[in-house]
Design a binder for this molecule. Structure first.
Ligand code: M6R
Length: 607
């Protein structure tokens, strides 16, 4: 969704802003704009459409050294030139970029209109810019502080003023902002990717904080003007990780990175000698966790599918009753949180609005909260009582791939960590951990046979309806495979527990309809073979995902994609890979923009 970048220093700001905005493109956007401070004026240039459209109307030789840039994903008002950020107050002196939503926008708009202010856009952001303008009497920081006292909702903002060149005021509530620390220069951004080319030293802003940023100094205070001292931290991501490095798309890069990403995720956390697990983030709450009577996993989209695998893992390894809830439903349905409930929020970005709100709701009701998050320092990571990072590196492709497998690995680690403290035997834990340690290499083996998945994808890429079937641990993978296909190739796909097919969806099956069936070795193998027969009898074309060495399946299915053998609870980590590849190659074959699918944003930071 929306992205923020700001620069103040000694170099021309514009190229830095454009490069930062380009690095934010992956988040999804539909308009873009910049504002530069210049000798008593603020120059704003903005337009609907891609960054390349904006570049055509910018004076790329501009030398101003203070500026802000924004990529907008429309919420309030259509994606037009006028609604694009930055927005200005009526004097034109102040320019503001904003991520988040001002909830009392209507009341403030009416107030401003009564004061004779003419608003030019439909956005909540312009309302905030005008409010800052109303309070401005020569001190931008003070005016921002006053305006924010009048506002309810969420914001990450960066503001500049014609009368204060060399100053950016940033503030955060519910929408992430980091400050990049350079030499004689500072940056502000909503995402580390935007500033990594310049610095990896950052300060994470917390909710309720305001920063006054100049080339030489960052001064942080609370909304009530109490000074705050912040720690400078190192972003662990490298520039190379956010670049394509020869791949056609980030999605493919991230699929192929999974062996290394999961090695990284497991590093230092498992001891194959004694089967023990070390999760530093859980040390302080281990006693409370072990006493949990109930676990609720909450998440959205792909993270929800990973959480569903987690539910099965937790119940099997810990015997603690576990449920998986859509974060958007959990937060609004008066959930029962009793003594002994642990709520685990699963999120790649750590910024998904529904998941963050679900976590806040759980916390407010007294649950112990954990975050299973990839982005260090993100909202969910900071809000949770404890947690475990994925450490799979930045995920740029909108379609989540390595974060899914990273989430499943971390949930498997937590489940066995807890399981060992409950009833899981040392031998069983050791076997499980050894199988987990083999997963990265096994994914590498699957990736050696990319062509098989590619040819299946290309063969069926013109079919508009697909079914995905799985049982047990592979049921969430069926859901995930269907989501992957639909979000990047715009093919309608449905994932189902295989046995449910006969309760209705079987009516859809017709000659040549692609039906992906996850039919790996395990307790339900015979049953899934029967499901395959039911599909084929009705003319469906079966693409089976099977365990290496299973010759029988080749007679039952039209196509077979093999994965190595592992214990049943870890099969999702392998069976997900061919489904990611099928989705990727189908989308490429259909000429879709794989990394930036229509209507989608990487992090959904609004409801
Ligand atoms: O950052 P999160 O893991 O919280 O994001 C949750 C979903 O928005 C995300 O997984 C989404 O479903 C992906 N586009 C799926 O590929």
């Amino acid at each position: 969704m929306c992205g923020i970048i700001g620069y103040v220093g000694n170099r021309p700001a514009l190229p830095i802003l454009i490069e930062g905005m380009r690095r934010l493109e992956y988040r999804g956007y539909d308009s873009a704009g910049v504002a530069l401070v210049d000798q008593g004026t603020v120059g704003v240039t903005k337009s609907a459409g891609r960054l390349s459209v904006l570049e055509q109307i910018l004076d790329l030789t501009a030398t101003q050294t203070t500026g802000i840039g924004h990529t907008r994903w429309a919420t309030h008002g259509a994606p037009t030139d006028v609604n694009a950020h930055p927005h200005q107050d009526c004097t034109g002196k102040i320019a503001l970029i904003h991520n988040g939503i001002i909830e009392n926008e209507r009341a403030l708009r009416t107030y401003l209109q009564q004061q004779g202010v003419t608003l030019t856009s439909e956005t909540d952001t312009e309302v905030l810019a005008q409010m800052i303008g109303r309070f401005y009497e020569g001190d931008l920081e003070h005016a921002v502080r006053q305006a924010l006292h009048e506002v309810s909702g969420t914001y990450g903002i960066a503001v500049i003023c014609a009368d204060e060149p060399g100053v950016i005021i940033a503030a955060r509530k519910g929408s992430p902002l980091i400050i990049g620390i350079g030499k004689g220069e500072h940056l502000v951004a909503s995402d580390a990717a935007a500033i990594l080319a310049h610095t990896s030293q950052v300060v994470y802003m917390d909710d309720g904080e305001i920063a006054r940023i100049t080339a030489d100094q960052v001064r942080m205070t609370t909304l009530d003007a109490t000074p705050v001292t912040k720690k400078i931290e190192e972003v662990e991501w490298s520039l190379e990780q956010i670049e394509l490095t020869g791949y056609d798309h980030f999605m493919l890069k991230e699929i192929c990175e999974q062996p290394a990403a999961l090695e990284n995720c497991l590093r230092g956390r498992i001891d194959l000698g004694d089967g023990s697990i070390h999760l530093g983030g859980l040390v302080d709450c281990t006693r409370e966790l072990t006493r949990a009577k109930r676990i609720i996993l909450t998440a959205c989209g792909t993270a929800w599918h990973a959480a569903l695998v987690g539910e099965y893992l937790f119940e099997e390894l810990t015997r603690i009753p576990t449920e998986t809830e859509y974060a958007s439903e959990f937060r609004y349905r008066n959930p029962i949180i009793d003594d002994g409930t642990v709520v685990i929020a699963v999120s790649q970005s750590g910024e998904t609005a529904d998941t963050a709100a679900a976590l806040a709701e759980a916390k407010q009701r007294g649950a112990l909260t954990l975050g299973v998050v990839n982005v260090v320092g993100s909202t969910i990571a900071r809000a949770a009582d404890a947690g475990v990072y994925l450490h799979v590196g930045p995920e740029i492709g909108v379609a989540s791939t390595k974060a899914f497998t990273g989430q499943v690995v971390v949930l498997a680690l937590i489940a066995s960590y807890l399981g060992r403290r409950k009833h899981l035997s040392a031998t069983a834990a050791e076997q499980f951990i050894s199988a987990l340690a083999r997963i990265p290499h096994q994914i590498g083996e699957i990736l050696e046979h990319v062509d098989a998945a590619k040819s299946v994808a290309q063969r069926y890429a013109d079919r508009e309806n697909w079914l995905y079937l799985g049982r047990g641990y592979n049921y969430p993978v069926a859901l995930e495979g269907a989501l992957k296909l639909k979000e990047i190739s715009y093919i309608h796909a449905e994932g189902l527990p295989a046995a449910e097919m006969k309760h209705g969806p079987i009516a859809l099956i017709h000659e040549g309809m692609p039906v992906v069936v996850i039919a790996t070795a395990g307790t339900q193998y015979d049953k899934i073979i029967s499901n395959i027969a039911q599909v084929r009898t009705r003319g469906g074309s079966v693409i089976a995902i099977a365990t290496e060495g299973d010759r029988q399946i080749a007679e039952q299915a039209d196509h077979v994609l093999y994965v190595p053998d592992t214990v049943e609870p870890l099969q999702p980590l392998l069976t997900a890979i061919p489904l990611q590849l099928i989705a990727y190659y189908a989308a490429v074959h259909r000429g879709c923009n794989v990394d930036k699918p229509r209507n989608l944003a990487k992090s959904v930071t609004v409801e």
